[in-house]
Every structure is written in structure tokens, then in C-alpha cells.
Design a protein around this ligand. Structure first.
Ligand SMILES: Nc1ncnc2c1ncn2[C@@H]1O[C@H](COP(=O)(O)OP(=O)(O)OP(=O)(O)O)[C@@H](O)[C@H]1O
Length: 459
């Protein structure tokens, strides 16, 4: 019989959880603080630890740290009533098996306990600290910089758990690549990874596309349609551009995530799925919640683990590393180039990369096509990079030294460059994102002397 140690300072919760687990056939010891839990772990052996985070003696996650240090083989499920992103990340870093939010539904708890015990032989230990091994494991994620090493460590841990994840970061920082890497290295990797582009589904069709529909349930429903969520049962659903989801769709999605069940349009029987959700957005979702534009409950369901991807300009030497790798990858078969000139590499390092890695890849692709010499030189790089490099000696004046109008103007210029970059010069798409009419966007671009063609050429 599996033996579970339950640590929680809420007597009612402790009692009911103990009873529930005993009724489900587990042996159970209940303690009310971290110290007692640590003593119990020294005294006898357990097959699983179920622990609250906010309890006496655990303010610095002592139980978590101690249990990982001395008893790394025992799977650990963290349960908390107060989700806090730093603690969630730290818990994952320390190698927890699952992270649940109170109130936890009985079925969810038993499912999580069952899974943790079944997977116990592969229960994660403390992180190895071997960054070379980790880089090899995540070969699709190029980068050696400290922010990238931190990121790899976190995603390695996240992959071992079943928790939902929120990925935020500027456009082109690699949110989708990271989501795929988490799925590929998770226990769900034999099942599908389903991309759900939240901007591509009209609100009126949201339920039908996600949950499916029965033939004849609405005009145009000429046959039964399986929804996207059924297609990634036991796998991972990647909710891309989550911040753009309209309010009505947010409510429907919340229910599906919370209950892991949904009812296809025109049907009565709900479908049960087992899906991990990874959301991604380039918006500041917490600010969207504060402004009342995004549901707080949906945010907390997904942001159990919140990973912020660093922009390329904060990743130091990764720029050269990525550029060289992209060059190897994109080299045409009929010619070979001997890398970049030092001046070209300097130019790449100095640029602010509003479109991040996607932009860098496009720049290398364009340079490979244009290069006439044996090496890629400054002249083979797009105008905006060359211009920035030629201005790089001049430090911009501090914000407090310029007028409000100049500051707003400069912020607007950066914003427009970033959206043009993201949409590769597609004015209609950029206007949609900025909430402007096409004409309005054209006018602004003209005022800022931004030429959409410069961005299209990078394709
Ligand atoms: N660490 C990395 N190493 C190598 N290539 C990367 C890395 N991160 C991203 N890329 C590449 O950069 C491009 C953009 O990545 P991705 O689509 O994942 O970004 P994103 O953050 O999801 O963008 P958006 O917010 O615009 O959807 C892709 O071609 C991807 O392969």
C-alpha cells in the first residue's frame, strides 16, 4: 500500500484530504507544518509527499528544499491556495511532480496522486547543473547566454510536470519553439501537440472549432466535426496569441481547462480529455487582467508556471551564435560562405532586434541571397540595421531631457517598427493588431518614415 505524507496547516483541509486518501486505499500521515514533515521524512519512508506551500516553517520553501535535497526520489505534489509565480518557478526548479491550486477537485487530486505514484521511478531529482547536457537535450533552442541557460533549466523541470504553463515574451522570442520543446521532452510526447491560434478562430465558431459539433447542429454543419481539443487528448494544447481571445471565448475556454471536459455543439454527452495547456502571448497578461480585459481566473489557471522569454537584445553573444547557426542552416548547396565579417557581426550585435529571433533569421536568409563576397558584410544587411549601426556611437538623450512629445513619438516609432517586423510588412495585419484602420496605419507609417517594403524584403 502506498504511503503518503500530507502537510497542511488548515485542519479542515488536512482532515478531509487524509480521509479521502485513506478511502482511496492509501496509507496516510498528516502533519501541520514543515518542520513536522521534515521530521516524519527522516523517521520513515513515504511514496509521495503532498504539501501546502504557505504554512508555518515553510516560508522559504524549507520543506520543498529539504525534501528535494535528501529525498529526491519521493515524488512531491505542491498544493497552494495562493499562487505566486516566483514560488511556482522555484518549485518546478526543485523538481516537483505536480502543482495544484486550491480548491482542488477530488477527482483532480486522486488523478494527480495516481499519476505521481505510477511515474515514481522516473520522478525528477534535483537539477543536475549540467548545462552542456541540457543544451544537447534542447538542441532546437540555440543559446548559451545566462538568461537562456536559466530558461532551459526551467523548461526541463516544467516538462517533467503536468502543470499548465504561460509563456510570455516579445514577438519572435521563441514561445512556440519552447512550447514544442516542453511537449517533446514531456511524458505526453507520444500524443499530439495541437496549435490553437486564438486569433484565427472567430468568436462565433470558437466552441465548434475547439469542442467539435454534430451534423446539423447549425447551418453549415454538414457533417460531424471533431474539435481540436479531442485531437490532443493526452497531449498538449498550445494556445497561441492567447491575449487576443475575446471575452466570450475566454469563458468557454476556462470551463474546458478547469473541468477537462466539454460538450460538442449539438450534443449532450460531455467529452472528458486529459490535456496540458500551454498559453502564449506577447501582451503583458497581468496588466490585461488588471485592466479588466482578460479574465483573472483564466490567467491563474494557465499561469501556474509563468515563463517570460528574454528578448534577443538581452541575450548578449547569442546573437552571433544564432546568426552563425542560421547561416549554416540556410547555406545554399551550390555555394559556400565563410561566415560574417567582423563589421557585420558588430552590426548584428548593436541592433535592438524588435522582431527578435524571427527577424534575425530573416536577416540572415536575405543576406545569404544577396552576398556577393566570400563573407556576409555590412552591405548585405538591411537598411534599418546599417542605420542603427551608424548611429550607435551617439547615445540617445536621457528620457528626462526630452519633451513629452518626443518621448511619445520615439515610443510610437519603436512600436510601429515592431509590428511591421512581426507582420513582415503586411499593413492590414499590422493595422488590425494596433486597432487602427488601414488608412490610419498608412498615415502613421508615413509620418514616421517607415517603409513597409523594407520589412517585406526580408521574407
Ligand atoms: N532559441 C532559439 N533557437 C533557434 N531558433 C529559434 C529560437 N527561438 C526561436 N527560434 C526561431 O525563431 C522563429 C520565431 O520563433 P517562434 O515562432 O517560436 O516565436 P514566438 O515567440 O512564438 O513568436 P510570435 O509571438 O510572433 O508568435 C522561428 O523560426 C523559430 O524556429
Amino acid at each position: 500500500m502506498s504511503k503518503i505524507l500530507v502537510a497542511d496547516d488548515e485542519p479542515f483541509y488536512l482532515k478531509t484530504t487524509g480521509e479521502l486518501l485513506r478511502n482511496a486505499g492509501y496509507e496516510c500521515e498528516c502533519v501541520t507544518d514543515a518542520e513536522a514533515a521534515i521530521v516524519a521524512l527522516e523517521r520513515e519512508s513515504f511514496d509521495l509527499i503532498l504539501s501546502d506551500l504557505n504554512m508555518p516553517g515553510n516560508f522559504k520553501l524549507e520543506l520543498l528544499r529539504e525534501s528535494r535535497r535528501r529525498h529526491a526520489q519521493i515524488p512531491l505534489i505542491v498544493i497552494t491556495g495562493v499562487p505566486s509565480l516566483p514560488t511556482a518557478i522555484e518549485s518546478v526548479r526543485l523538481g516537483i511532480t505536480d502543482y495544484l491550486l486550491k480548491p482542488v477537485k477530488v477527482d483532480d487530486l486522486l488523478a494527480s496522486v495516481g499519476r505521481a505514484l505510477a511515474e515514481a521511478p522516473q520522478a525528477p531529482g534535483p537539477v543536475s547543473g549540467d548545462s552542456a547536457k541540457r543544451s544537447a537535450k534542447f538542441a532546437e533552442l540555440i543559446g548559451d547566454s545566462p538568461p537562456m541557460q536559466d530558461l532551459l533549466e526551467i523548461i526541463e523541470r516544467v516538462a517533467e510536470t503536468n502543470t499548465n504553463v504561460l509563456l510570455t515574451g516579445e514577438s519572435g522570442t521563441g514561445k512556440e519553439v519552447v512550447a514544442r520543446a516542453i511537449h517533446r521532452t514531456s511524458l505526453r510526447n507520444q500524443h499530439p501537440f495541437q496549435v490553437i491560434d486564438c486569433t484565427a478562430i472567430p468568436e462565433s465558431l470558437f466552441e465548434s472549432v475547439l469542442f467539435g459539433h454534430a451534423k446539423g447542429s447549425f447551418t453549415g454543419a454538414v457533417q460531424d466535426q471533431v474539435g481540436l481539443l479531442s485531437q490532443c487528448h493526452r497531449g498538449t494544447a498550445f494556445l497561441d496569441e492567447l491575449g487576443e481571445l475575446p471575452a466570450g471565448s475566454q469563458a468557454k475556454l476556462l470551463r474546458a481547462i478547469q473541468e477537462q471536459t466539454f460538450t460538442p455543439v449539438g450534443q449532450r454527452t460531455p467529452i472528458q480529455v486529459d490535456t496540458r495547456f500551454i498559453g502564449a502571448t506577447n501582451r503583458d497578461l497581468q496588466a490585461e487582467v488588471d485592466a479588466g480585459r482578460f479574465r483573472g481566473d483564466l490567467f491563474y489557471r494557465l499561469a501556474v508556471i509563468h515563463i517570460e522569454l528574454p528578448p534577443l537584445r538581452e541575450r548578449g553573444e547569442d546573437v552571433s551564435l544564432l546568426a552563425k547557426r542560421f547561416l549554416e542552416e540556410l547555406m545554399p548547396v551550390n555555394r559556400s560562405l565563410d561566415g560574417f565579417t567582423d563589421a557585420a557581426l558588430d552590426c548584428l550585435r548593436q541592433y535592438a532586434w524588435p522582431g527578435n529571433i524571427r527577424e534575425l533569421r530573416n536577416v540572415v536568409e536575405r543576406a545569404v541571397a544577396l552576398a556577393r563576397g566570400q563573407q556576409i558584410d555590412v552591405d548585405d544587411l538591411p537598411k534599418q540595421l546599417r542605420e542603427q549601426a551608424s548611429h550607435s556611437g551617439q547615445t540617445p538623450p536621457p528620457l528626462a531631457e526630452i519633451s513629452r512629445e518626443e518621448a511619445i513619438d520615439s515610443a510610437e516609432h519603436s512600436y510601429l517598427t515592431a509590428v511591421m517586423q512581426k507582420h513582415e510588412g503586411n499593413i492590414a495585419a499590422a493595422a488590425r493588431q494596433a486597432g487602427l484602420s488601414r488608412q490610419g496605419m498608412n498615415k502613421l507609417l508615413k509620418r514616421h518614415a517607415i517603409n513597409a517594403d523594407d520589412y517585406r524584403h526580408q521574407r
